[in-house]
Design a protein around this ligand. Sequence first.
Ligand SMILES: [Zn+2]
Ligand SMILES: [Zn+2]
Length: 309
Amino acid sequence: MLDYHLHLWPHHEHDTPLRVEQLADYCAQAEAAGVTELALTEHLFRFRQAEALLGGFWNDERISPALAESMAEYWKFHATVDLDAYVACAQEAKDAGLPLVIGLEVDFYEGQMDTVASLLAGYPFDVLLGSVHWVGGWRFDDLDDPVSMAEWSAREVDDCWDAYTYAMEELAASGACDVLAHPDVIKAAGYVPDAPAEWWDRLAEAAVGSGMAAELSSSGWRKPVDEQYPALGLLERFVARGVPLTTASDAHHLDHVAHRADDMRTLLGSVGVGALQGYRERRPYAVPVSRPPAGPVGGSAPAGAEGTA
Ligand SMILES: [Zn+2]
Ligand SMILES: [Zn+2]
């Protein structure tokens, strides 16, 4: 099992120092849950380099003044960390033998994924998650923001899913990332179409067409929708079409690291998946789902890290 989606800070924190000890704690907790490899994947919008490059991306004719103001505040609060220092911290943890790879959660920037890719090309990332958390500057899953949540009453659910899926299709086609994170996170606040199959089909096609893996995440169980990402119907489509999978908690603090790993293991067994996909230097390899036998587990690199995929 993997925990390939981990953050360093809750969203309400923005000035907490980078510490290798925090990563060591994450690894120890994951190991106890039978998770053999972790990926540190902080949000790209946490970093000053992203603000310099992409800040204000939400400003166009489609966004309301209230949403634009909300987004500007959100970015100003979050974009405080130095990307070089973050990568150096993850590298230090990796060099110390922790079973952790260096990643990033790369948010979607309409029409600008080439710009994003050129920024990231200068860093030694092992894995890049692609995620959509906003459409046209609307943070549809920011449950703490009343301005964002009010939009759900002003829009049609089908239209929201359509806009989200269109963004995921563009993100996948860009080739900028390796894994589609929380593939149906548009449902987080609990709004799901009566017949979601057409969007599931499109999301599965986006993964197949791009060669990306898809993430099975326990974080949906901690949201109003109270369901893993992706829904079973979408997970079955990924499996049927041969899309590789990762597993993830999307933890923002230690308590959630490896959250519900056993439930995800059971779910994978029910759809016949016995292997996941890990990454080193953005090259994939297979990682077994099965819980390793009890006994001492070292912090060594995973077996089969070379040339298995
Ligand atoms: Zn995310
Ligand atoms: Zn995340």
